[in-house]
Design a protein around this ligand. Structure first.
Ligand SMILES: Nc1ncnc2c1ncn2[C@@H]1O[C@H](COP(=O)(O)OP(=O)(O)OP(=O)(O)O)[C@@H](O)[C@H]1O
Length: 505
């Protein structure tokens, strides 16, 4: 009898990882199972027992402990290297689950299977074919490492040398560490040094070997002191786990509205924006920049947020992959995730009708907006947050969808209907003038060209971000804020959906 079972979706993930991710031949499938186990053990909370249910057994497979943990291997062979890690893995899981799994082999196998299936699910939801799998795994497994003192020291020295090279005389007064960047507070005795510094930023990045990632300046309150945000090597980055969202929401006291937390600022403080005030948002970034993870952070914020009992989500996903995890949500507008162009167009038109009805209703109530209607005790008008996963695909499939989108962007603000439009192709055809002028809030993840940054933010800069959820968040007129995104994973989404559904019962 086999020890570990997988489903059809697990097997498909294993196949993709081997063929497209690791790009290797003749490597056994169970080596991916081992990677999946390592991935799952990096998550602090135990895998859920719902992972015991295997939907598609027919296309699944079976594995033995000999393959996965090497049980029994090498024990008798004289000169072969020992490859039996079973006791080590059993010990690891015993500590993780705080139970003696040496005394209960069935429980051991069950937990091992849960971990492996959770790890595979993380690969499925976190990694996309076409993205670098090694990079993905590296980030997943090693991103929590802190920078050493020696690294910090050498970065300071290199920066001082680079500043001299571009002719800037400055003194580093303070060094502050954020999750990915180090902020150097630089005192410039001569104001002309500021011009030299700004002109020389590209050379300075080059001198520090930062390639396309840039050094950004940040104003400070002190006279003649400027902040220089310098990216650190990737293995010193601190990832921002999805569990932080629940903490931030719990300590948020204001009632109502649609607060969302895309991530933390350069120094690690949470950054919030209220979608109800935004009132519509564009999220742009090249493929692999972290757009989908960012959308999940916004969605999880809403599902756990203060208006969760008055919220409908309208999810439109022409790619059909990103919003799978929300299919069981009770608060889905229209009861489904929309993907084909016909039903999407109908839905957008229905939203325009809903908006018009709400405008009349608000006028009758004497309320200026939905928040005022709620304050007057109106119960039957929930907020509706409309998420479009890929605006460019939607418009390519159905140009007619633009008209209802523009009408919503122009007039839906007061009625509590808010748009979040995401695209990996921020160009003038996708984000047309009419949408641009009515979608004031923007999030730019890393883009390839400065011109794309200008389309999203009306300024350059996003082409010099560090990728993987690094973003510039602009609301209204204020300067964009640099934000490192929350790393939301499948478990965070599943937990938020459960919290929401329990409240909706
Ligand atoms: N906030 C984050 N912290 C750490 N890593 C991240 C973060 N956001 C994204 N990543 C990494 O970047 C990868 C790509 O993210 P994501 O799938 O969201 O990109 P995308 O822009 O939606 O790509 P595509 O447009 O191809 O779907 C993730 O698998 C993850 O490894």
């Amino acid at each position: 009898m086999a020890d570990i079972y997988t489903g059809g979706d697990d097997e498909e993930t294993i196949r993709l990882v081997l063929e497209k991710g690791l790009a290797v031949r003749n490597v056994p499938k169970w080596s991916v199972l081992r990677l999946a186990l390592a991935r799952s053990l990096h998550i602090a909370t135990p895998p859920s027992d719902s992972l015991d249910r295997i939907e598609d057994r027919k296309n699944g497979s079976e594995y033995h402990l000999e393959q996965v943990t090497g049980r029994g291997l090498g024990s008798g062979a004289d000169h072969e290297p020992r490859q039996d890690y079973d006791a080590a893995i059993r010990a690891l899981l015993s500590v993780y689950h705080d139970t003696d799994l040496f005394a209960d082999t069935n429980a051991y196998k069950r937990l091992l299977q849960r971990h492996i299936r959770r790890g595979l699910r993380e690969f499925r939801t976190g990694w996309r074919v076409g993205h670098d799998f090694h990079d993905f795994l590296y980030q997943e497994l090693f991103s929590q490492h802190q920078g050493s003192l020696a690294q910090e020291f050498s970065l300071t020295e290199e920066l001082e040398r680079g500043l001299t090279e571009i002719g800037v005389r400055g003194e580093i007064q303070k060094t502050l560490h954020g999750p990915r960047l180090t902020r150097f507070q630089l005192h410039l005795p001569d104001v002309n040094d500021l011009d030299r510094l700004k002109r020389g930023l590209e050379k300075l990045s080059f001198s520090l070997g930062l390639q396309e990632q840039g050094i950004f300046t940040a104003p400070t309150r002190e006279s003649k002191v400027i902040g220089l945000d310098v990216p650190r090597p990737r293995d010193t980055w601190e990832s921002i786990p999805g569990s932080r969202l629940a903490e931030w929401i719990a300590s948020y006291d204001a009632k109502g509205g649609l607060p969302v937390w895309p991530g933390v600022d350069v120094l690690g403080e949470p950054v919030m924006l209220d979608l109800a005030r935004a009132p519509h948002l564009l999220v742009g970034g090249t493929t692999g920049s972290g757009k989908s993870v960012c959308l999940h952070a916004l969605l999880v914020s809403l599902l756990r947020g203060p208006s969760r009992d008055r919220l409908l989500l309208c999810l439109i996903d022409p790619k059909r992959v990103e919003f799978e995890a929300y299919k069981g949500l009770r608060g889905l507008y229209g009861g489904e995730v929309f993907s084909d162009s016909e039903s999407t167009l109908c839905t957008l038109q229905a939203l325009v009708d809903e908006m018009d009805e709400r405008i009349t209703r608000l006028a009758e109530l004497g309320a200026r907006d939905l928040a005022e209607a709620h304050a007057k005790g109106v119960e039957d008008l929930p907020y509706i947050a409309v998420f479009v996963e890929e605006l460019a695909d939607l418009l390519m499939q159905s140009r007619a969808s633009e008209e209802p989108l523009v009408r919503l962007a122009q007039k839906a603000r007061a009625t509590g209907i808010h748009l979040v439009l995401a695209t990996q192709r921020p160009d003038a055809a996708t984000f047309s003038g009419l949408l641009r002028s009515n979608i004031p809030a923007r999030i730019a993840l890393t883009v390839q060209k400065a011109s794309e940054s200008k389309i999203i933010l009306d300024r350059t800069g996003a082409e010099r971000l560090t990728g993987m959820g690094d973003m510039l968040v602009a609301t209204g007129q204020a300067e964009p804020v640099r934000v490192h995104g929350v790393r939301v994973m499948a478990d965070d989404i599943a937990a938020a959906v459960t919290v929401f559904n329990e409240g909706a019962q």
